[in-house]
Design a protein around this ligand. Structure first.
Ligand SMILES: *[C@@H]1O[C@H](CO)[C@@H](O)[C@H](O)[C@H]1NC(C)=O
Ligand SMILES: *[C@@H]1O[C@H](CO)[C@@H](O)[C@H](O)[C@H]1NC(C)=O
Ligand SMILES: *[C@@H]1O[C@H](CO)[C@@H](O)[C@H](O)[C@H]1NC(C)=O
Ligand SMILES: *[C@@H]1O[C@H](CO)[C@@H](O)[C@H](O)[C@H]1NC(C)=O
Ligand SMILES: *[C@@H]1O[C@H](CO)[C@@H](O)[C@H](O)[C@H]1NC(C)=O
Ligand SMILES: *[C@@H]1O[C@H](CO)[C@@H](O)[C@H](O)[C@H]1NC(C)=O
Ligand SMILES: *[C@@H]1O[C@H](CO)[C@@H](O)[C@H](O)[C@H]1NC(C)=O
Length: 482
């Protein structure tokens, strides 16, 4: 059976055969409707092997060798799954102009005739999964400009021909998993041709060397929903570069199937590498930064109070004695080891940047570049620093806070003046000192970046983890920004 795992084929799998049960469950209401239908569609009577209720016709598990000659013309859903259909001929759905859902899964289809769906342009869901289709030809889906979901998993498809997906301009999800596909026309999927496509499942096929330039040119939404695990990929740098960028962006396809992403060294299937776990093999690869979107290498964020000392390390995957470090800071520009003459900010030999007393307008994105001159490799590390005003400022956060503050101040005053006090302990408490938070090294292991440029242009929407429990996120948002 199909592996029912998250990510791969969500949704449609669970649903198909339940339609029937639901219908028989609500039979009393359905019975009337069925009667109505029988009267309305008297010239297209319900075939005896099928059950027709409202606009739904189910001929599932009816032992059909071919489609019944006449089906109710007004149906919106036709379920002929679990039969023995081996062929769908031209024009068979011509007389069903309202057909929206067609389920032909678990049959014996080997191919489809020309123009099968030409006059079925209302179709939104087409389920051809678990058949014996071999080559997906360009004419198969002609006319289906409203189609949103195309299910073709678990067939024997070896090739999806160029032009197959052209015209499917409403497509949202396409499932090609569990086939033997070696070629797929990635180049035919573009923003303008498929603006709604968010799921392209090509997992568990036989893809070896993909046209990576075409893959990189896929619309961002498609890249985010592209599943390529459990194929026969051959390890090389261009492959690794693409997955490297996807894993930086933490796409679900990579997170959910980390161990199923394998590649084989020089095509030898016995030497398979789980390349999201084990990247030793790719250390000499050049990882380009531009994959159609800005890259986010966002390793940590730090939140400190004004006046505190901040120390930002520059730990990158690069190892070795001859590393040189450069920091780009929002307020001071480039900071290098030789060029600093600033007592307030200093760059240590191990790449750590120290700010003696942080000011609010020192906040922002700090980018460190470690450069290994010998191997001409460089790696970057980014830290989003937020310098907060010292505590005692929450006067601008609304009446409730203000009121609470006044009440506690009165309480303090009462405590100070109404109780006998002889000690220095009555001084107002200082705001708690927030320790500078350094990055979590665990996040680094997934990010191997032998070569990254221009990463300081990066935008991100990651939240800062506020370490100060006294300040809620809402309040923190209202803090003045530099
Ligand atoms: C199919 O569609 C074409 C053009 O849209 C139309 O001319 C033709 O009559 C239709 N055929 C049937 C059987 O509905
Ligand atoms: C990987 O793909 C093969 C067929 O190519 C399939 O039999 C197997 O179940 C798949 N494994 C996983 C973990 O999806
Ligand atoms: C990377 O390059 C170095 C020096 O060029 C070489 O010694 C090493 O074997 C290479 N590593 C891999 C995994 O190819
Ligand atoms: C660096 O600081 C020293 C004194 O601390 C000063 O004499 C020197 O001129 C400064 N150099 C630059 C380039 O500012
Ligand atoms: C930072 O704040 C100080 C005043 O506190 C101001 O003089 C300075 O111009 C600010 N710097 C930047 C880069 O905004
Ligand atoms: C990264 O390394 C390359 C090659 O050594 C160099 O040309 C480039 O300037 C470096 N990038 C940065 C930001 O230092
Ligand atoms: C850094 O964190 C602050 C506070 O959450 C956020 O407003 C800002 O956009 C972040 N900076 C970057 C470059 O992401």
């Amino acid at each position: 059976m199909l592996p029912a795992r998250k990510g791969g084929f969500k949704g449609p799998l669970a649903e198909p055969r339940n339609v029937f049960r639901n219908m028989t469950g609500g039979l009393d209401a359905g019975f009337l409707l069925a009667l109505l239908c029988l009267i309305r569609g008297s010239e297209h009577a319900c075939p005896s092997v099928c059950l027709c209720v409202s606009d739904t016709v189910s001929c599932s598990s009816g032992g059909l060798g071919r489609l019944p000659r006449s089906l109710p013309a007004f149906s919106a859903t036709l379920d002929v799954s679990h039969n023995h259909l081996s062929w769908l001929g031209p024009g068979i759905f011509n007389k069903m102009p309202f057909l929206e859902n067609l389920k032909v899964s678990h049959n014996q289809l080997r191919s489809l005739g020309h123009g099968v769906f030409l006059n079925a342009s209302s179709l939104r869901l087409l389920d051809l999964s678990s058949n014996k289709l071999q080559v997906v030809e360009p004419h198969y889906f002609q006319g289906l400009w409203r189609l949103q979901e195309l299910l073709l998993f678990n067939n024997r498809i070896t090739q999806v021909e160029a032009g197959t997906l052209i015209g499917l301009s409403s497509l949202k999800k396409a499932y090609f998993s569990l086939n033997q596909i070696t070629q797929f026309p990635f180049f035919s999927i573009r923003d303008h041709s498929h603006p709604f496509l968010t799921m392209l499942d090509l997992s568990s096929n036989r893809l070896t060397r993909l046209p990576w330039e075409d893959v990189k040119a896929l619309p961002g939404l498609v890249q985010r929903g592209l599943y390529l695990h459990n194929n026969s990929l051959i390890c090389d740098c261009s492959m690794y570069s693409v997955f490297w960028h996807w894993s930086l962006r933490a796409y679900n396809s990579l997170k959910d199937f980390t161990d199923d992403h394998t590649c084989s060294i020089s095509g030898d299937q016995r030497s398979s590498v789980r390349f999201l776990r084990q990247n030793r093999f790719f250390l000499n690869c050049t990882v380009e930064t531009a994959v159609s979107q800005p890259v986010t290498v966002f390793l940590s964020s730090v939140s400190v109070s004004a006046g505190d000392k901040v120390s930002l390390d520059c730990q990158t995957p690069l190892r070795g004695a001859e590393l040189s470090f450069t920091w780009l800071s929002p307020s001071k520009g480039y900071i290098t080891q030789t060029g600093t003459n600033d007592t307030l900010i200093s760059l240590l030999a191990d790449g750590t940047l120290e700010i003696q007393a942080a000011k609010v307008n020192d906040s922002g994105l700090y980018v460190c570049t470690a450069l290994d001159v010998k191997q001409s490799l460089n790696a970057t590390r980014e830290v989003n620093v937020t310098v907060l005003l010292p505590a005692l400022e929450p006067f601008n956060t609304g009446y409730t806070t203000l009121l609470g503050c006044l009440v506690s101040m009165i309480a303090i005053l009462m405590y100070l003046y109404l109780t006998p006090c002889r000690c220095r302990c009555c001084k107002q408490p200082k705001p708690p000192i927030v320790p500078a938070v350094t990055y979590d090294p665990g996040t680094l292991t997934t990010v191997i970046s032998p070569y990254c440029r221009n990463q300081h242009k990066i935008q991100t929407n990651k939240h800062v983890a506020f370490m100060q429990p006294a300040i809620s996120e809402e309040e923190a948002d209202q803090l003045p920004e530099s």
